[in-house]
Structures are given as C-alpha cells and as structure tokens.
Unconditional design. Structure first.
Length: 610
C-alpha cells in the first residue's frame, strides 16, 4: 500500500491506560492540533552552484532568453511565436525596474509580496495570460527565484511538466513515476508533483538537496498564507502526499517520520507547557503545581495527567486568582473558597456541573499530599503546607452523587438499547443494497444501463479515467440522481463493520481500533473442533481478554480481512496514533483502517473517523 500509514484511532471518550508510551516530546508545542514537533521547519541553504540546466541567465540579454524560451517551450516551429512574445513582454516589464541581474529586477518589482504578474496588464486578458505563462517559464528556467508567496499568487495549469522538462532530473522523474502509482485521482497525484516542483523552485535547489526540514518549511509557510486550501484551523498541509514517496525513495533519512502527519502531530507535551497554557500570575504557585503534578505523573497515564492539570490549574487555581488576585499562597480564606465553590457549580456555558466531586477530590488530594510531603521534606514543602479547604461536609454525599452518575449512564444505555436492532438492520440493508448496485454496475461499461430491484441505472464515466481505480458512478434514469457507488459502498461497509463488531463483541471504541490481524486466533479442542478467538488488547480494564467468536462475528471479521486483501493483497501495516496518550504505536496490521486519498494515509473508516 503506497503512501504514508498513519493512525486509525477513533475519537472516543473515557480513561485510557498508559500501556503505549513510545516517546515523550519536549519540543515547544505551538497552538492548534497540528504543529511541527518531530522536526524543525527550516529552508535549505542555497547551493554553491545553483541548478542551471538551460544555462545561466543571470545577466543574459533579453533576446537570448527569449530565443531559448521559444525553442524549449514550443511544440512546433509554428508555435514558437507564442512563448517568444510572452517572454518578451515579461522581460520588458522587469526591465522597467532597477537592478543588474534579472533576479534583482524581479525583487524590485514587488511581485514577491503577492501581486500576480498578470495584474500589470490591467483588463487585457490576453496580455494577462501571456505574462502569467512567461512567469511560469521564467521560474522553470531558474531565470528568477520567487518567494513562496510570489510563486503561488500566480496560477499555472502545467507548471510541473514545464519544470520537469527543464530540469531533466532522473531523481525527480523517479519521484513522479512513484506518484503516478498512488491509488488516487489524477488531481491528487498532480498535486504531489506540483508541491515538489514548487518547493524546488522556491528554494532554488535540485531534488537531491530537498530535506525533510525544507519540505516541512514549505508546508508550514503554505498553510500560514492560506494557499491552496491550507489554513491554521485544518489539519491539511501542502506536501502531504509527497512526503511518504520521498521517504520511501531514500531521499529522507530513516530517522525522519515516515508520514507527514507524524512530523506535524504535536504528541505529548511536558507538564510545564501544560500548566503554562493557563498563564498563572503567581509564579511561585505555578512552580509548586508543576512539581506536584510532575511527581504525581509517575503513576498516571497521559490522559489522566491532562485531566489533573485541567482540574488543579484551570478549574481551581486560575479561578482562585480571578476571585482574589492578591492570593500569594495556598492558604485560602473561607470567603475565597466559598466563592470558588459557587463558581464551580456552574459550567462556563451556564449549565450545571454534573461532576462537582472531581475538582473537590483533586484539590483535597493536593493539600493532603503537600502536608504529607512536608513531613518528609520540610525544606521543600513545609512552606506550602496549609489547611485543606475542602471539608468533610463538602464530600458528604459523594457516594450518593456517584450512584446517581452511574444511574444516568445506565439509563442512557437502557434508553438506546431498543434502537440497537434498528441500527443494525439499517446498516446491514444499506451496505447490501449498495454492494448489489456496485456489483451490477461493474458488470457493464460506461454508458450502459443496468437494473437493480426494478430501477434502471446508467453507469457514467468520471472526470478522471486515469485513476488507478476509477470510481464507479451511476445515474438513476427515473429521478436523475447521481450516486457515487464505489465511495458510498465503502462508507456503508465500514459503518456496517463498526456497528456489528461493537454489537457482537461487546467492545469499547478504543478496543475496536486496537484490533489487528494478529488478534484473530484459533483454538483446537481435543475433539478436533476449531474455535475462532478474538484477542482484545488491554484498555480501560488494563487486562487482556480472549473471547470466542460467534458465527456472525466471525463473518464480520472475515469480511474486513477479505476487503483488505482484495484491495491491497494483504492487511496493510500502519502506525496508530493514540488520541488519548498522544503517541504513535508500532506498525501493525490494524483491521479498522482505510486509505484516505486526501492524505495518502491509512485513516479511520469514514463512519466513525476522527
């Protein structure tokens, strides 16, 4: 399976264990869910001898450049006048600016700040098109080296072929050949090739000089400028598809993350960074909380540690500073603590807080731990030993409130239980209906009709027939509805697989995402009967479970494995990102994964993906 393999985890709630702890990152974490941590974005140094496959045009006369452009970018002698005229207009425009070299004139023109070259032509659209094409020729020839913004503010339909035709780089051709093998649309494959050609143009280097830090710098800058859809709120980056290809080629060192997502996922953060996000005023109290939480972290998993930071720092002390800005230590007055308890009863959105015992128990543990530690280490903790403000009366009805919480959870399950057969029947019928339509459509050619359950459909072609696996689409001849059969059938299959596996095996969502091909085992009884087993990795209970599979569950698991084998020949191996522990797992053949064309990665199935 080409492309990078990233996590297949689902967005689930509830505590997790600390069984997967591959690494801890001490890198500075930027804002947002995705920020570079594994590598530091940095542009590559300019080469001593910049690539000049067509010659050095730094101070070349305009007519020489025009003639080379006409000879290289025209397909016939009859077409030479077009690139010749376009380059003449472009060089004439640059000649109006000061500078000895063409690069100096380009920088003086101000186009690097985001003004498209074609805008200087005003309303003359033909002149705009000529100037735009000539700018692309100049970039591909390395006549001028634009900034990223100066390049991307112009639009080129065929820049990658132009650049490749000039560069004649075997290593770049190897990259493009690998990109053409990706099982996705031609548009996606072209984007991968364009990203690399654009990065090489902006950095003024050959592909052999492109480093992971440089490509990451290109992606981060593209996202910062909001180019081609990337923005600070999305998890998308330019260069996502190109990264795993370059890694597999050996262009990137083995120490670099194999997937682009691995390079930009922030992972775990230190206790100091987690506390400093809340910007406490009192630095002495901040230091005490950091050291206290760090000492407690030895016995906590990362998810619980984050919850402890949230309760002690954001919910407790941050609000204490809002109530009493002059508070200097942990010795709280009765009035201050009463105001905090009143604030805690109501959530910021105005709803009552259902779990009032969580913050109270965390605060009580803080004060009692400090009192205990002050006896053993008075020089460090005696200063911060103070009477615990949480009285026994505050926790008097703790067990009653805990029972009420459990009752609400049980009632929620009881209310939804009658709907489970309806959900199961719905996902089963939907998948079988779409599978029947897809199989019928695959038996006919584009433009032919087929009938399913009395409805006549017309199979239609797609925009991109060069796709390695062209998607199957059909139009309802009665209503005119267009159905993306291959896409909808894939979504319906994973909906069915997730619902049925959870229902028949009784798994938690985290346990579902941990299932691998290795989880399927068999046991042979003394009578010779073979029993299929499903091994469940430890999760909330922190204990491994082995359950015998019923015939229905075995059918679901077999369908999942069969689908992977039909598409990839085997169950692909990929790394899973634990959304709770913020770490990457080892590469394993996870059952619940699917290929995501937008990122060339093994991702969670669409029905329940994060």
């Amino acid at each position: 399976m080409p492309g990078s393999k990233v996590g297949n985890s689902l967005r689930v709630k509830g505590p997790t264990t600390n069984r997967i702890r591959r690494h801890e990152s001490d890198s500075t974490v930027l804002s947002g869910n995705f920020a570079p941590t594994a590598l530091t974005p940095a542009p590559p140094p300019l080469p001593v001898r910049p690539p000049r496959s067509l010659g050095d045009f730094t101070t070349a006369p305009a007519e020489e450049i025009i003639e080379v452009t006409a000879n290289h970018f025209s397909q016939s002698d009859k077409e030479k006048h077009k690139p010749r005229r376009a380059m003449r207009d472009f060089l004439g425009h640059l000649a109006t600016f000061p500078g000895v070299t063409w690069q100096e004139r380009w920088e003086a023109s101000g186009h690097d700040e985001g003004q498209p070259v074609g805008e200087v032509a005003g309303d003359d659209r033909h002149q705009q098109k000529r100037l735009n094409c000539a700018a692309g020729y100049a970039f591909a020839m390395r006549l001028v080296r634009p900034t990223l913004l100066g390049f991307r503010c112009n639009r080129f339909s065929h820049y990658a072929p132009w650049f490749r035709g000039v560069a004649k780089d075997p290593w770049l051709e190897e990259f493009c050949a690998r990109a053409d093998q990706l099982p996705m649309s031609q548009c996606r494959r072209s984007r991968a090739k364009f990203d690399v050609c654009c990065a090489l143009t902006v950095f003024g280097i050959d592909l052999a000089d492109l480093t992971p830090e440089a490509l990451l710098h290109y992606a981060v800058e593209s996202r910062a400028h909001g180019l081609a859809g990337e923005n600070s709120r999305s998890g998308s980056y330019a260069g996502t598809l190109a990264w795993p290809i370059l890694h597999d080629m050996g262009q990137f060192p083995a120490s670099a993350p194999r997937s682009f997502r691995g390079a930009v996922t922030r992972g775990q953060i230190s206790v100091e960074e987690a506390v400093d996000r809340h910007q406490l005023r009192n630095q002495e109290v901040r230091d005490v909380l950091v050291e206290y939480i760090r000492r407690r972290s030895a016995g906590l998993d990362y998810s619980t540690l984050r919850q402890l930071v949230n309760l002690l720092v954001r919910v407790f002390w941050k609000q204490i500073e809002e109530i009493n800005p002059d508070q200097q230590d942990l010795r709280l007055s009765e009035e201050t603590f009463t105001q905090w308890k009143e604030w805690m009863l109501v959530l910021p959105n105005g709803n009552p807080r259902l779990d009032v015992d969580g913050p109270l128990m965390a605060v009580r543990a803080l004060y009692l731990d400090l009192q205990t530690w002050a006896v053993a280490e008075p020089e460090r903790w005696a200063k911060w030993s103070a009477p615990c403000p949480v009285r026994d009366a505050d926790l008097r009805w703790f067990h009653l409130r805990r029972r009420r919480l459990q009752e609400r959870m049980v009632n929620r399950t009881r209310d939804r239980q009658p709907l489970l057969p309806v959900l199961s029947q719905y996902v089963n019928d939907t998948w079988h209906r779409l599978r029947t339509m897809l199989e019928a459509a695959q038996q006919v050619e584009n433009g032919d009709e087929f009938t399913v359950d009395g409805t006549t459909w017309l199979r239609v072609s797609t925009k991109d027939q060069r796709h390695n696996r062209p998607p199957v689409r059909a139009v309802n001849r009665t209503t005119g509805e267009l159905v993306h059969l291959s896409r909808d059938e894939n979504i319906a299959f994973w909906q069915w697989a997730v619902v049925e596996t959870l229902r028949l095996a009784g798994l938690r969502a985290e346990e579902l995402t941990d299932l691998t091909h290795l989880s399927v085992r068999q046991y042979q009884r003394s009578s010779g009967e073979v029993v299929a087993l499903l091994v469940i990795s430890p999760s909330k209970s922190d204990r491994e479970r082995v359950i015998p599979m019923s015939a229905e569950l075995f059918h679901v698991i077999a369908q999942i494995i069969r689908r992977h084998r039909n598409q990839h020949g085997t169950v692909p191996v990929c790394a899973r990102y634990d959304l709770h522990e913020k770490v990457w797992s080892e590469e394993l053949p996870y059952l619940f994964q699917t290929f995501h064309a937008a990122s060339s990665a093994a991702c969670p199935p669409p029905p329940c993906g994060a």
